[in-house]
Design a protein around this ligand. Structure first.
Ligand code: AMP
Ligand code: MG
Length: 483
C-alpha cells in the first residue's frame, strides 16, 4: 500500500534514548519548491511520488507538516573533527523526523538537513543551500547505484529563503534516508554523558542494544554485546572503505561524527571521485594537511574505530584492562580485514573469484595504474572489453603487456565484469557544471546527470560525454564543505 496523506513515523530513537536528543521542529519555509525527488526511493519507502510533489507532500518533505504522532528531534553527538575533540556537536541544522516502516518491514530514518537552527547550532545559522544539497542528491544517487552502502537522498526542496554565505545563496532542505543516524560520535557523546554523571550508566548499554537491534540483529544474544558490536562495525567499515578505494572515492571529511555504525557512507560535503589511484588525492579546501587524503582513508577509519572502541569500553568489560585488551585486538585486526576487502573488491572488478583470486595480481595492477596514472573507470572498461575477446586500448601499451598476459591466464569473466565496472561515475567537471547551472536556476543538467548516474553500468547512446574524463583545462578540483 502506498501511504499518501499521513505517513506513519515511529520515534524509537527518541523514546529509547531520550538523553541523546531534544524535541524540535523545522522552521517553516516561506515558499517551498521541489528541486529533486528520487521516485524509486519514494516507492521503496511506501510514499507516493505524486503526493510528495503536491503542496502537502512538500510540507511533509521539509518537516513543516509533521504527521500525527511523529516526534521530530535534534540528535546529540560528539566528534573528533580533524583529530580535535568536540564534546557537543549534534544536529545544528538537521532533524530526525522519525523512522519510517517500509512496505518490506525495514526501518529507515527520515532526516532533514538545512531545516533551521536547533539547540545544537552553536554559531551556525541552521541553513543549507541549494548547491551542496543537490550535491548530496547526486553523490548519494551515484553511490547507491554503484552498490556502495550509503545514506540516500529522497528529495531536495528549495525553501524560497536566501542564505548569507560569501554571497546570498538560495536555501534548501535535503530529505535524507538512512538505515540510521547512529554515529561513532553518538557513542562518544553517550560515553561522555555517563562519565560526567549527566546520564545513568545504563545509557551506553541501551545505545549498544539499540544499535544491535537496528543493524546487527544476529548479535542479539552475544555474550559481550559491546565487543560484538565493535567487531561488526569494524568489518562493515573495512568493507565500505575498500569499496570507496576501489572506485577512487575520497570522502573528504572523515570525522568520527561522519562514521556510521551501519557502515553506510554519510555526509557528501567535500567528497569527490579521483580519476586515478592517487594516494595523495585531496579535494577539500579545508583539508590542508591531507589528513583525509585518499590513501589515508583506511588508516583514519582505523583511528576512528579506536575512538569508537574507547567509548564502548565500559560495555565491553567492567575491568578496564580486560576491555582494552579485547578492544585492541579488534582494532589491530582492522588492516587485515581491510586488505581482504580491498583485494576481494578489486578481484570482482577483474572478473575473478573474490575468495580465491591471486592477490599479487591486484597489487601489481594497482602499482601499474599509479605509475601509468590510468583513469580507473576507463581502464576497467577497457579490461572488460579485453576479457570479452576484444582488443583493448591499453592492451597495446607495453607497460601493461606482462600483467595483462598473466591476468588472462586466470580466465576473467567478462559478463561479471560488465556488472562490476561502471561506465559512468560522477566526474568532478560534470558535477560542478550541473550544480552551477542549478544554482543559477537551470535544473536540466542536474536532472540529466542524475538520470545517467542511476544506471552506471549501462552504456547509453548519446551520453558519451558523461563517460569521458575532464577536459585538460579543467584543472585541480577543489571542494568546499557543505555549509
Ligand atoms: P558536517 O560538516 O555537516 O558533518 O557538520 C558538522 C557539525 O557542524 C554538525 O554538528 C552540524 O550540525 C554543524 N553545522 C554545519 N553547518 C551548520 C550550520 N549552517 N548551522 C548550524 N550547524 C551547522
Ligand atoms: Mg556530519
Amino acid at each position: 500500500m502506498t501511504v499518501t496523506a499521513s505517513a506513519l513515523l515511529e520515534h524509537r530513537f527518541a523514546d529509547t534514548l531520550p538523553e541523546l536528543s531534544l524535541d524540535w521542529q523545522a522552521v517553516p519555509a516561506p515558499s517551498p519548491s521541489l528541486l529533486a525527488l528520487d521516485e524509486d526511493l519514494a516507492r521503496e519507502l511506501g510514499l507516493d511520488p505524486d503526493w510528495l510533489r503536491s503542496p502537502a507532500g512538500l510540507r511533509f518533505l521539509i518537516g513543516n507538516d509533521v504527521p500525527e504522532g511523529a516526534r521530530p528531534v535534534a540528535q546529540g553527538y560528539a566528534g573528533h573533527q580533524f583529530g580535535g575533540y568536540s564534546p557537543r556537536l549534534g544536529d545544528g541544522r538537521a532533524l530526525l523526523l522519525g523512522e519510517i516502516v517500509t512496505p518490506d518491514g525495514s526501518l529507515r530514518d527520515l532526516h532533514l538537513k538545512g531545516s533551521g537552527r536547533t539547540p545544537f547550532s552553536r554559531g551556525g545559522d541552521g541553513w543549507a543551500t541549494v548547491g551542496p544539497m543537490l550535491r548530496e542528491q547526486v553523490m548519494a544517487t551515484a553511490m547507491h547505484a554503484l552498490g556502495v552502502p550509503t545514506t540516500r537522498s529522497l528529495a531536495v526542496t528549495g525553501t524560497g529563503a536566501e542564505v548569507a554565505r560569501e554571497t546570498l545563496l538560495p536555501g534548501a532542505v535535503l530529505t535524507r534516508v538512512a538505515s540510521s543516524h547512529l554515529r561513532v560520535g553518538t557513542f562518544q557523546y553517550a560515553a561522555a554523558l555517563v562519565a560526567g554523571g549527566h546520564a545513568p550508566a545504563g545509557l551506553l548499554d541501551r545505545l549498544t542494544e539499540h544499535a544491535i537491534d537496528r543493524h546487527y540483529p544476529q548479535l542479539t544474544d552475544a555474550d559481550r554485546p559491546g565487543l560484538a558490536l565493535l567487531t561488526a562495525v569494524a568489518q562493515a567499515q573495512a568493507r565500505l572503505v575498500a569499496h570507496w578505494m576501489s572506485l577512487g572515492f575520497v570522502h573528504g571529511v572523515l570525522n568520527t561524527d561522519n562514521v556510521l555504525i551501519s557502515g553506510e557512507t554519510i555526509d557528501y560535503g567535500p567528497c569527490a571521485f579521483a580519476d586515478t589511484f592517487d594516494p595523495s588525492a585531496v579535494f577539500s579546501s579545508i583539508d590542508q594537511g591531507g589528513r583525509y587524503a585518499s590513501g589515508n582513508q583506511p588508516r583514519i577509519t582505523q583511528w576512528n574505530l579506536a575512538r569508537f572502541a574507547e567509548a564502548l569500553l565500559p560495555v565491553i568489560d567492567e575491568n578496564v584492562d580486560t576491555a582494552v585488551e579485547l578492544a585492541s585486538e579488534v582494532i589491530n585486526d582492522f588492516p587485515s580485514h581491510y586488505d581482504d576487502a580491498f583485494a576481494a573488491r578489486m578481484a570482482t572488478r577483474l572478473g575473478l573469484d573474490p575468495e580465491t583470486a591471486d592477490r599479487a595480481l591486484v597489487k601489481d595492477l594497482v602499482e601499474l595504474m599509479q605509475t601509468e596514472q590510468a583513469d580507473i573507470t576507463l581502464l576497467f572498461q577497457d579490461l572488460t572489453r579485453v576479457a570479452g575477446g576484444e582488443v583493448g586500448t591499453f592492451a597495446d601499451r607495453p607497460a601493461y603487456a606482462e600483467w595483462l598476459a598473466r591476468w588472462l591466464t586466470h580466465h576473467p569473466d567478462a559478463q561479471a565484469m560488465a556488472t562490476a565496472n561502471p561506465v559512468y561515475i560522477p566526474r568532478n567537471h560534470l558535477v560542478q557544471a550541473a550544480l552551477d547551472a542549478a544554482v543559477a536556476g537551470d535544473l536540466e543538467p542536474v536532472n540529466q546527470l542524475l538520470d545517467v548516474l542511476r544506471e552506471p553500468f549501462t552504456v547509453r547512446a548519446g551520453f558519451e560525454d558523461y563517460a569521458r574524463p575532464a577536459p585538460s583545462d579543467f584543472g585541480d578540483y577543489v571542494t568546499y564543505c557543505g555549509t
